[in-house]
Ligand binder design. Sequence first.
Ligand code: GTP
Ligand code: MG
Length: 254
Amino acid sequence: VFRSSGLTTLPSILLIGPSGSGKTSLITLFERGTKAAATHTSQTPIAVECSLPVGAVASSDKYRSDNDPTNQTHKKFLLIDTPGHGKLRHHALASLTNPQNLKGLIFLVDAATLSAGDEGLRQTADYLHDVLLLLQKRVTGSKAAKAMKEIPVLIAANKMDLFIALPAALVKSSLEAEITKVRTSRSKGLLDSGIGMGDAEDEKDDWLGEMGSTSFKFSQMEEFDISVEVLGGNVVGGEGPTVDKWWKWISERL
Ligand code: GTP
Ligand code: MG
């Protein structure tokens, strides 16, 4: 998928998130422009070529004139859909460890499943914790990994058309609180299993964010050159799709 037809030179944005959050719906919306298509749960990653809509200017193009032919090519990008099912996530994580011209990562969540005590909240926090830890390790890790640092992360809070959806600010604080729990239980797990015993370095490597902090905050990722933003929207429902904040985020990173 990633190496075919010379598309690899295009800047790419990776779409990750739990099953059912709306990743494939979002891809079909971006591809078609007006309306998302019906979807089935995804089994494999799919790369789709998208173009920025008229009016959105990629940041690298800001100082180019309208007549500059490179404008055209720079407005195209690849959006890579990944399966959210727990057993298929290795696809998504593999594209993170071996990125092709990756400009950003969108972690799409279903904002209607993130209330306190909801199983969706736990699962979403679990997955997001692992993705952020992988990004953090790339920064702290090998030389090869260092070259790929500074991957900005957008947490796209989807399904805002549903009245039970949490607003973006609450999506942020709920995920931070739940990731705090994941982080604590993971480090306990390591201690119980004996892994990391007496090896402070190992423990440090598997701890997300600021060492010694009691609460996890997305802002702790800045120390690792990982910016995290939370923006709301909806792909279907309501009075039509509302994805302009996400488009803007993408256009600023191409
Ligand atoms: P996997 O492929 O299993 O990882 O799931 P996915 O993230 O690709 O989810 P998909 O796009 O298949 O969407 C799952 C369901 O959510 C579909 O029934 C969509 O119609 C619905 N959906 C997607 N976006 C929205 C939204 O903004 N609002 C509402 N109400 N439903 C949505
Ligand atoms: Mg899908």
